[in-house]
Design a protein around this ligand. Sequence first.
Ligand code: SAM
Length: 285
Amino acid sequence: MSLEALPPLRDALAAHGLMAKKAFGQHFLLDLNITRKIARLAELKPGDRVIEVGPGPGGLTRALLETGARVTAIEKDQRFRPLLEDLAAATAAGALTLVFADALAADEAELMEGDPGHVVSNLPYNVGTALLIKWLTGPWRPSSMTLMFQKEVAQRISAAVDGDAYGRLAVIAQATCAAQTVMDVPARAFTPPPKVESAVVRLTPLADRPSPERLDALQKLTAAAFGQRRKMLRASLKSLGGEALIGAAGLDPQARAETVDVAGFLRLADAWLAARARQAAGAVA
Ligand code: SAM
């Protein structure tokens, strides 16, 4: 069988008696026009290696395979195994690798066998942000990420400083990637429709991504600063160095987290690392 000869997704779901499960954040895209558009936005070339989290019935997977990419699909819900195995059988040998596991625990670098690879996914809403943070800060650095989120999360990723949506996610995403919302997807496009609108975000990692130490510092500082976002930084960062740290980063001690841009947070991270290095040197002397 070929990809074109596969039954429509709705028929395949019905034939296997499958219904969406809320606990797994399942909202399916059964319209191949939409999944093909997402695959186009991912700008894949034949032979590119791609991780797809949560293939479910495999609509986006079909569209990704049509580009000639080699897809490794990680699915937690075993119920989709027969349907996805039919899809694997309809493609060239090695084009689709199925992994039935929790994507949060996956070792993507190992799955990509040394290729940087890409991620394309209609993410399960309940673990979407956790997966994004893993890919932004972890050891595996994909060449690009094309990801469907709830619109509100998409807005938090690409938010500009000094707006309501600006927070930890914006700082960490924009310190590591160029991030852009490339497609809005209405709730009615999904089966079953979720309560909220969705959007596809494309993230391209920056060539000068901060080192793991700087990212670690950034995570600590943004957690403390945005944990009390209405407070002045000198209060919210008290336990991490307070006014001395803010002065070393060239920031106004009266500033609040939401008014500090990404470059400002990176300077805070550097100041915190420098202060720690001085402390460590003092302890040794
Ligand atoms: N890609 C399909 C589509 O677009 O129609 C399904 C998308 S649905 C929003 C999310 C999928 O992620 C579901 O198939 C769900 O079972 C799967 N999933 C949920 N949590 C997961 C996890 N931790 N690891 C891997 N897959 C997960």
